[in-house]
Design a protein around this ligand. Structure first.
Ligand code: SAH
Length: 232
């Protein structure tokens, strides 16, 4: 994988945010069953400590979710890795030279979007909390990542850019919003946590055509809830 991000020397971190610590996280993920070298390489490359508050930077390479404000969290690295792997594995073929188009619902810190962009995916991401999105956009810009983002309710997807080859939802709902499956191309794949506050499953859906959507359960997970509407 060619990393598609621009790292200033200071972005590489030091001590508990250094490359050595990122490498150790990658080894832990490998032991945890993540086998896709492209995904491991992206996690090795993208400095997760730049996606959390400075006060939490030294904890950024623990395999744990961390608070990002507004009651939200940056997902646990293993979960990001598993979702990315599950998506990449199943993306339908795209035209030669073209990048797969993926919609993310729930930008949060921007970390999941950055991992996808580093993998050469054309990323569209939607976030309902304006303040989180503003901070995430600054991160994309300073890392030179080309991520398109929108402040909106992700239940609606992003119709102007549909259809997508893949959709990844990073907040949990009791059921999938209809516009999301509608905006998936035929052959496209959708990864999403579905369930309530106490029990959620990570699902992978394959849309064969409008009439046939196949579903498999990948893992038990715990995400913050998908909420309606937007806030500044
Ligand atoms: N992918 C993020 C995970 C953030 S947690 C990361 O890598 O950091 C989930 C995010 O989903 C939160 O930021 C939350 O505000 C957002 N969210 C919840 N409901 C949403 C909705 N309806 N539309 C868009 N974003 C939503």
């Amino acid at each position: 994988m060619t990393p598609r991000l621009r790292l200033q020397p200071e972005a590489l971190g030091s001590g508990l945010t250094s490359q050595r610590v990122r490498d150790r996280l990658v080894e832990r993920l490998r032991e945890g069953g993540i086998g896709d070298e492209r995904v491991l390489s992206a996690i090795r490359t993208v400095p997760r400590h730049l996606f959390v508050d400075e006060a939490l930077a030294t904890r950024a390479y623990e395999d744990t979710a961390l608070p990002i404000g507004h009651g939200q969290t940056i997902s646990q690295p293993w979960v990001v890795a598993r979702m990315t792997e599950a998506l990449l594995d199943a993306l339908p073929p795209v035209a030669p030279g073209a990048a797969p188009k993926v919609l993310e619902v729930g930008t949060g810190s921007g970390y999941q979007a950055a991992i996808l962009a580093a993998l050469g995916v054309e990323v569209y991401t939607v976030e309902r909390i304006g303040e989180l999105l503003r901070v995430a956009r600054k991160r994309f810009r300073s890392l030179g990542l080309n991520v398109r983002s929108k402040h909106d309710d992700g239940h609606l997807g992003w119709a102007e850019h549909a259809p997508f080859d893949g959709i990844i939802v990073t907040a949990a709902a009791a059921a999938l919003a209809a516009p999301l499956t509608a905006q998936l191309r035929e052959g496209g794949v959708l990864i999403a946590p579905v369930g309530g506050a106490n029990a959620q499953s990570l699902l992978r859906l394959r849309k064969h055509d409008e009439a046939r959507i196949e579903q498999e359960t990948l893992a038990p997970v715990m995400f913050v809830p998908m909420l309606a509407g937007t806030i500044d």
